[in-house]
Design a protein around this ligand. Structure first.
Ligand code: BTN
Length: 335
């Protein structure tokens, strides 16, 4: 396991990355970063040991040729455009669950915005006790630790913020994503991303919230367990092209931070509007599998707390949790 904070190695890498295809002299790097030439060489050597391909020519210096397909701080950090989210990033090759690691870090005093990413999970968790398929090196398994100034009753709003960000990041990657209540991101009828939120709170204060986000980026159909193949998909399957994982991760964290900032400044109103605009649930006949059994109706709206309002034979019902199955789209004009 490696937990990487920004350091000289990351700075050397960022310097090389900025030069793109050009060579940078060892002298220029050492002058700019205040390191000895020997220290620069040591960092280059360490980076090579981690899978970076760096050319070195005596008269010209160093040139970054290829980076490994990995989601550590060295790969994601230089692409980040955030003030808090991911500025401290804990990367592991394998974890039982990134949410579990994030919980340990939160209990140990982690700051707002710390992120845990694993290349694979051996016990990835979904909502309602399900497992989350987490094969190695293909997808994104990420947990963000938040310390929001919110009463605990409003914490579910943050899950909706996360689904907005996940949906937008998928759209930026070129697929027509939408959100199925409560927080599944779909392309067509198939799920590509899900959110698992956990929190610790006392009656009027939240200690921490963990937003666990799983996005199927480069899984092939054969990577999914057989029973999931008809209901799950990946961005690569949908757009017919692999997704650069580090770029996607940085874009997701930047988008998430923008939505979180808006939520902190203006409350749930704009989140609700944006969520509605991306919803594939509203206006549809649905079956809601809640604790009291399955209930059929038409999904009319989400209320000011994010609960789903469903018009049923016995009136308008409000659901704060549950699973939704989508049926046909209802034509409001009745045509
Ligand atoms: C769901 O749709 O049921 C939620 C899925 C959440 C999966 C993510 S992957 C990263 C984080 N770690 C976990 O164990 N679960 C979440």
């Amino acid at each position: 396991m490696a937990e990487v904070a920004p350091g000289s190695e990351e700075l050397v890498l960022a310097f090389l990355a900025e030069a793109a295809d050009d060579f940078v002299s060892g002298e220029a790097i050492s002058g700019k970063l205040g390191l000895s030439r020997a220290a620069v060489w040591k960092h280059v050597d360490a980076l090579r040991g981690q899978g970076y391909r760096i050319d070195a020519l005596p008269a010209r210096g160093y040139r970054l040729v290829a980076i490994p397909d990995r989601l550590g701080a060295l790969e994601v950090g230089p692409l980040l455009n955030t003030h808090d989210l991911g500025q401290r990033l804990h990367w592991s090759d394998e974890l039982p669950s990134t949410n579990d690691r994030a919980r340990e870090l939160a209990e140990d005093g982690a700051v707002h915005g710390e992120v845990v990413i694993a290349e694979s999970q051996t016990a990835g968790r979904g909502r309602r006790g399900r497992t989350w398929s987490s094969p190695a090196g293909r997808n994104l398994y990420l947990s963000v630790i938040l310390r929001p100034q919110l009463p605990p009753q409003r914490a579910p709003e943050l899950t909706m913020v996360a689904s907005l960000a996940a949906c937008d990041a998928c759209r930026q990657a070129g697929v027509e994503a939408s959100i199925k209540w409560p927080n599944d991101v779909l392309v067509g009828d198939r799920k590509v991303a899900g959110i698992l939120t956990e929190l610790s709170a006392e009656p009027d204060a939240v200690h921490w919230v963990i937003l666990g986000i799983g996005v199927n980026l480069n899984s092939a159909a054969a990577d999914f367990p057989e029973d999931l193949r008809v209901v799950a998909s990946s961005l690569a399957i949908e757009r017919g092209q692999q997704v650069p994982r580090a770029l996607f991760t940085a874009a997701l964290l930047s988008t998430l931070e923008q939505w979180l900032d808006l939520h902190a400044a203006d409350g749930f109103g704009p989140i609700r509007e944006a969520w509605r605009a991306r919803s594939c649930t509203l206006g549809r006949e649905v079956r809601v599998d809640a604790d009291g059994g399955e209930i059929a109706g038409v999904a009319e709206d989400i209320d000011e707390s994010g609960a789903l309002l469903v018009r049923t034979a016995s009136g308008l019902l409000r659901f704060v949790a549950g699973d939704v199955r989508l049926a046909r789209r209802v034509d409001p004009a009745g045509t």
